[in-house]
Design a protein around this ligand. Sequence first.
Ligand SMILES: *[C@@H]1O[C@H](CO)[C@@H](O)[C@H](O)[C@H]1NC(C)=O
Ligand SMILES: *[C@@H]1O[C@H](CO)[C@@H](O)[C@H](O)[C@H]1NC(C)=O
Ligand SMILES: *[C@@H]1O[C@H](CO)[C@@H](O)[C@H](O)[C@H]1NC(C)=O
Ligand SMILES: *[C@@H]1O[C@H](CO)[C@@H](O)[C@H](O)[C@H]1NC(C)=O
Ligand SMILES: *[C@@H]1O[C@H](CO)[C@@H](O)[C@H](O)[C@H]1NC(C)=O
Ligand SMILES: *[C@@H]1O[C@H](CO)[C@@H](O)[C@H](O)[C@H]1NC(C)=O
Ligand SMILES: *[C@@H]1O[C@H](CO)[C@@H](O)[C@H](O)[C@H]1NC(C)=O
Length: 427
Amino acid sequence: MKLIYIVISLLLILQSYSVYALQNHPLAILWDIDDEDVPEWLELERDLIAIDDILRPILEEEESFISSFGGTYINIFNRTIIVNTVDFSKVDELLALPQIKPYNNSLYFKEANNSLSQLKNNFVEITWLSKLKHAKNLYILTDMEYNNIVLYFFDKQDNNTEFLNAVKPFNPTIFYFNQEETPQTRIRPRRDVNNSKREINSKLLSGDGIYNSANSGHCSVGFWAENIDKQDPLYIITAGHCFDYTSSTNDFYYLPWDWNATQTNLSYIGPMIYRTEYPDFSVIQVDGEDVSPSFAIRNTDNDQYKEFIITGDAPLSSHGVHACKSGYTTHFTCGFVKGLNGIFIREESFRSDLIVTDLYSESGDSGGPVMSFVSPQNLNSVVLHSIHIAGGAGLSAAHSIDKIFEDLKDLCCINRLKDLVLYLGNS
Ligand SMILES: *[C@@H]1O[C@H](CO)[C@@H](O)[C@H](O)[C@H]1NC(C)=O
Ligand SMILES: *[C@@H]1O[C@H](CO)[C@@H](O)[C@H](O)[C@H]1NC(C)=O
Ligand SMILES: *[C@@H]1O[C@H](CO)[C@@H](O)[C@H](O)[C@H]1NC(C)=O
Ligand SMILES: *[C@@H]1O[C@H](CO)[C@@H](O)[C@H](O)[C@H]1NC(C)=O
Ligand SMILES: *[C@@H]1O[C@H](CO)[C@@H](O)[C@H](O)[C@H]1NC(C)=O
Ligand SMILES: *[C@@H]1O[C@H](CO)[C@@H](O)[C@H](O)[C@H]1NC(C)=O
Ligand SMILES: *[C@@H]1O[C@H](CO)[C@@H](O)[C@H](O)[C@H]1NC(C)=O
């Protein structure tokens, strides 16, 4: 028995070595391909996104299409954009459009029952009912793959009978999440970390941990921001719920990955000076002198790709594409976009307009950056989309950074925060 165990362990070790030799880049792991194939696949994904960007507005805005097609999503494995099709008689009309014609071979028309107008209507109705009937602990999203509104309940103990009865006419797809079913496939094995050997690097990266001394809470750095005129001071954006309401001051400290707040002297960052719940984000003013700004994202579990450089920010608008996050608890993980107007309801809080992905996260990752790779020529560069704010049931939810900057401009009380932009160094 023991011998068999040893043999099995050896096999496992060999297997994981061979996997790591070929799959270092996060996209190689996500797509289960070799590192050397990542540029080609990424280029393909970029091409499909560009076509989808042309196609989506046509399907959404043309009167005759919105009730004939049921949304699109990108399936990189099929090398196609799947177009949910309710009325096949409209396909020729669509393919005849000069903007669409050149791409006919990238489109796959799939039989579907729900048109985009039906999906939009059902989403509004179900959202309204979730408030009216006090729905508990779930995500609501328009899932193009299911061509339906999908409800993911993540606490089976809840009594959602009233809500479920009320939404029956809209026939949503329903999933109940059991703790044992946590998808484990994307959890990367951790390398052993030797804290005593670690250099104390005061450059604070997106995805690093931060520690709130008011409640001993752990969160993650989303990104650095500066005033558009590049005046001091600098700021760090993280999740709003990292704030502790019971304390008058919330001071934040740098908590490096794999460090334990109780054992170490942590570098002071500064106080939280603004926070909101909708959207869920906050602003920390950096007063501490031991931390310096950066526009890189931490991935130091990986020897080959330790940091990714943020080249800018952009919205995410296609379903089915990749997205990744970096955070204190689960470090760097990637997944696929499942919904772009998602709702997350937990206890008393209702958060909407969320980017929902199936990337893996845990508590402590809140605030961490959500990004995607965009350059087949430079696999170290990323664009920033959002900050992670909630997770569970195999899904993660994030607020787009446009929403954050909009809120600061329109609603924020502190004048010097109105013109914040993403910090990108002295470029
Ligand atoms: C797309 O790929 C999946 C596997 O990734 C396969 O199951 C499915 O049949 C393919 N669909 C089409 C339309 O080719
Ligand atoms: C795409 O268009 C080309 C040229 O117009 C045509 O030859 C081809 O059959 C079309 N393919 C599909 C899948 O419709
Ligand atoms: C559409 O609805 C019909 C009737 O309910 C069902 O039989 C069929 O499987 C559905 N098609 C798809 C693609 O979901
Ligand atoms: C759930 O709530 C409904 C209506 O509020 C009630 O009739 C039912 O008994 C409850 N079920 C359980 C298991 O508590
Ligand atoms: C950690 O690193 C230190 C200094 O290099 C070394 O003395 C120590 O043995 C290492 N510990 C482990 C568990 O590898
Ligand atoms: C952190 O350190 C404290 C005190 O040494 C210990 O009780 C606790 O279990 C540690 N926590 C973790 C997550 O390692
Ligand atoms: C933490 O800081 C205090 C005060 O500066 C110092 O006395 C102590 O030795 C430090 N502890 C560690 C583990 O560095």
